[in-house]
Design a protein around this ligand. Structure first.
Ligand code: BTN
Length: 325
């Protein structure tokens, strides 16, 4: 959106009533005709604006998009959201984020999209990303931690996602190791973090977050390996995508500041409180190798699952599917 059009929207939000064309033209230093053209463009972007010759213009409703205009004003002004980049459609916000990060984008840059044509899931899978239904975003971080500690940030994004779901819906999400967010056993959000690093130093980490918000049951692909759901399916209520996104980014910001100050301990503890298998007997299956059974004892600093076996020995599990017995 044009800078002046964004400034007009900002004025509408601050005024909460009619704003005269004359006032807008004075504030922005442009002609009344130019104001009228910007208003047309704003309408074209889905905003509903009333115009009365005697009173001026008034914002009646905003579209539910993830555009910078819709999200910026709802953020805490911390590290996350320093810069916001929005796409109507892109292959994958993670791919865009990596490209921007490699070109020097600042820490906290957030990339959102209305639709992904090639949304990426874990283990080379695809992530269903229909237009206007859900949240697809990627966040660029540049933490001064060791590359092997980077998985800690995936746990951090899982906790932020669980918090945002609980706050917006009142539901009680659970996290399944390594980082699926579930509601009543069905997957509602997925996380895909990617990293660029040298031996001892991280260049950047991309936190990719997909949350099924307003998707209907018919919109899910038939061939899903595990049952999936959306907040709409669970509550029957559509959630404002911009509101949810800002909520999530604000939670992420709080957690990330805490993480930079005090490390992984707080995140690990909250993650364990959300974990569906905490202290439970589980079976871990891993493509072809024999299933391992034990007590879910916790997670290690590199994200490994700590499985306590019957003889007391703790096994470190790096990948696999965990089933609670
Ligand atoms: C998973 O398989 O559970 C991870 C899914 C991650 C999806 C999100 S949507 C935003 C970001 N961009 C992508 O292409 N993938 C992640």
């Amino acid at each position: 959106m044009h800078r002046k059009a964004a400034a007009i929207l900002q004025i509408f939000r601050e005024q909460d009533g009619f704003v005269s064309g004359e006032h807008l033209s004075r504030e922005l230093g442009v002609s009344r005709t130019a104001i009228w053209k910007h208003i047309s463009a704003i309408r074209g972007a889905g905003y509903h604006i009333e115009a009365l010759p005697s009173k001026g213009y008034r914002l009646l409703s905003s579209p539910d998009t993830l555009s910078a205009e819709e999200i910026k004003g709802k953020l805490n002004n911390g590290i996350i959201g320093t810069d916001l980049v929005h796409f109507t459609v892109t292959a994958s916000t993670n791919v865009e984020a990596s490209r921007l990060a490699a070109n020097g984008a600042v820490e906290g840059t957030v990339i959102t999209a209305e639709e992904q044509s090639r949304g990426k899931g874990r283990l080379g899978r695809t992530w269903s990303s229909p237009p206007g239904a859900n949240l697809y975003c990627s966040i660029i971080l540049r933490p001064r931690i060791k590359p092997f500690e980077a998985p800690q940030l995936t746990f951090l994004s899982a906790v932020a996602t669980a918090r945002a779901i609980a706050l917006s819906s009142g539901l009680k999400p659970e996290i399944k190791w390594p980082n699926d967010v579930l509601i009543t056993g069905k997957k509602v959000a997925g996380l895909l973090n990617e990293m660029s690093a040298e031996t001892d130093r991280i260049n950047f980490v991309i936190l990719g977050i997909g949350v099924n918000l307003n998707m209907t049951a018919e919109q899910f692909p038939d061939d899903l390996r595990h049952p999936a759901t959306s907040l709409f399916i669970e509550t029957g209520v559509k959630v404002s995508r911009a509101y949810f996104t800002a909520l999530l980014l604000n939670e992420l910001d709080r957690l990330y500041s805490g993480f930079l100050d005090s490390g992984f301990t707080g995140v690990r503890q909250e993650w364990m409180e959300h974990c569906n298998a905490r202290g439970r007997e589980v079976v871990v299956s891993n493509n072809g190798t024999a299933d391992i059974r034990g007590l879910f004892a916790g997670i290690d600093n590199d994200g490994a699952l700590l499985l306590q076996q019957h003889n007391g020995v703790i096994e470190r599990i790096l990948s696999g599917d965990v089933r609670v017995l």
